[in-house]
Design a protein around this ligand. Structure first.
Ligand code: XMP
Length: 513
């Protein structure tokens, strides 16, 4: 397995994903991971990520000495290269100009890392650079392995100690041979086999869950979202009927969602699922409340209450399973705090294990989102479920602006289903990251036939994003928007106007509340 030490680059998670795509398990840890922890991790190789710092600053992050004395191969990337150079006795200087974007480098000497890898003849590589500082003097024992005019030492190696470093970013797709370079490092240089594969993972995870749980029972809150669905399928594979899922219908779900969840899990996979229709209770507590954060709190609290009530009916349950995934547990560089995800308070079930006195089971906590999806498909979940857009915990509760009413939710569900159906049939669903309809509690005038109408307005929202922190509104074809608008107005009596949201994030957020 490969240890990746994170110096704070925005690309560090990509390194871990690329290494895993090469079939090798990798974990990300902050750069200041202790020597003891590094040793007990027993890495076959270590990668030092890029980062925002300059090796000149006081308090510069440095890799622990163990990194260079353990006797395992090390690959430094960008800042990782600079700190490797500085820590091993080389020189680093601040460049006059920041180099950012595409560049060509030529492999200037034979090296185990880059041998035979090229985009063009004569060992030319198209790479992605993003740096201000650069290495200007090699540490003893190193030679240059690639270079160009602006960065004469764009890569360096000490082949005898198996230390390698590149100034460019092999983890981003703009570096066309990046995958090959990382694969070369982990396979040929570190000697890792190709054993991080889904079938292997399933076997290991199943065995691990069985050992952990024994003959005790497990409950899981199934939401219909990707993570809890895949967690349910995996646990079911491992422990069958020792798993009970609780599916809470809060009245704020998408059209036919409860039916679909029951069909997939209970009917098709044979998972034991308790379906609780708590919509009356949720809507009763939401009556008269229009502040978005207050609504989120109520929905979160109600969920805990309903779930707890159901859990008490299962006195044999000793474990609470959750669909936590790897990005939720990665510590960010230099701090022991988890990343703040958004500025909205996210509905979660964090308080549950304590109040229920259950042990926490997180079978997906090692996996990235794309691995979770791959696992879901391998476990037999329908593709449409596994590749579904994210849906917020508070559901339609934050897509009905202001006070939530059942009448609004019913209209919104139908309009949303039409939008999604049209996105799917036009091929746009997979080209957008998240798309939905928002209900505006505003009436506007229209005409239908000979009559005047005075009905509700809905907004369509569709965005494209990598990380949901920033997003572009999707440039959907006008013909598609026209079809969606026509269908909603004709098929959903009560809505006579449809608008399209053309705001980016920032400054707008993806959801309207
Ligand atoms: P915003 O609206 O903050 O949304 O741009 C970013 C992503 O987070 C989702 N979101 C939530 N998810 N509970 C959730 O589980 C929430 O309260 C919540 N609010 C926003 C949103 O759907 C988008 O994917």
């Amino acid at each position: 397995k490969i240890l990746i030490l994170d110096f704070g680059s925005q690309y560090t998670q990509l390194i871990a994903r690329r290494v895993r795509e090469a079939g090798v398990y990798s974990e990300l840890h902050p750069w200041d991971m202790s020597e003891e922890d590094i040793r007990s991790f027993e890495p076959s190789g270590i990668i030092l990520s890029g980062g925002p710092n300059s090796v000149y600053e006081a308090e510069t992050p440095k890799a622990a000495d163990a990194v260079f004395t353990l006797g395992v191969p090390v690959l430094g990337i960008c800042y990782g290269m600079q700190t490797m150079a500085a820590q091993l006795g080389g020189g680093v200087e601040t460049g006059e100009v920041r180099e950012f974007g595409y560049a060509e480098v030529y492999t200037s000497a034979d090296s185990a890392l880059l041998r035979g890898i090229e985009d063009k003849e004569n060992g030319i590589l198209d790479v992605w650079m993003s740096h201000g500082d650069k290495v200007t003097m090699l540490p003893a024992g190193f030679h240059v392995i690639c270079s160009n005019d602006s960065t004469p030492i764009a890569g360096m190696a000490d082949e005898s100690r198996h230390f390698y470093a590149v100034q460019f970013h092999p983890e981003v797709t703009h570096t066309r041979q990046g995958k090959a370079i990382l694969a070369r490092f982990v396979h040929d240089i570190c000697g890792c086999g190709n054993d991080w594969t889904m079938p292997n993972y399933i076997d290991e995870a199943v065995a691990h869950i069985r050992r952990q749980v024994g003959d005790e029972e497990v409950i899981l809150g199934l939401s219909g979202g990707v993570d809890s669905s895949v967690a349910a399928a995996l646990l079911h594979r491992a422990i069958g009927d020792q798993l009970t899922c609780v599916f809470v219908d809060n009245g704020l779900l998408r059209l036919n969602e409860a039916e679909q969840v029951m069909e997939t899990f209970a009917d098709h996979l044979g998972v034991r699922v308790i379906h609780v229709d708590a919509s009356d209770e949720f809507l009763r507590h939401l009556a008269g409340v229009s502040d978005p954060e207050a609504k989120r709190k109520i929905i979160g609290r109600e969920f805990v209450e309903v779930f707890q009530r159901e859990a008490e009916k299962l006195p044999l349950a000793k474990w609470l399973a959750q669909g936590t995934i790897y990005p939720d547990v990665i510590e960010s560089a230099g701090s022991k705090t988890k990343k703040a995800h958004t500025i909205k308070s996210h509905h979660n079930v964090g308080g549950l294990p304590e109040t229920l006195h259950l042990k926490l089971l997180e079978p997906l906590r090692e996996l990235f989102k794309d691995e979770v999806r791959e696992l879901g498909v391998a476990l037999g979940l329908p593709r449409e479920m596994v590749y579904r857009h994210p849906f917020p915990g508070p559901g339609l509760g934050v897509r009905i602006l202001g006070e939530v009413k059942r009448e609004y939710a019913d209209l919104l569900r139908r309009a949303d289903a039409i939008f999604i159906e049209e996105l799917r049939s036009s091929g746009w669903y997979d080209k957008t990251s998240q798309a939905f309809v928002v209900f505006l509690p505003v009436k506007s005038v229209g005409v239908m036939g000979d009559g005047r109408t005075y009905e509700w307005v809905v907004a369509l929202r569709a965005v494209q994003t990598q990380d949901f922190m920033t997003a572009h509104w999707a440039e959907l074809p006008h013909a598609l928007l026209a079809r969606v608008s026509n269908r909603i107005i004709n098929e959903v009596r009560g809505i006579n106007r449809v608008v399209y949201d053309v705001s980016g994030k920032p400054p707008a957020t993806i959801e309207w509340e």
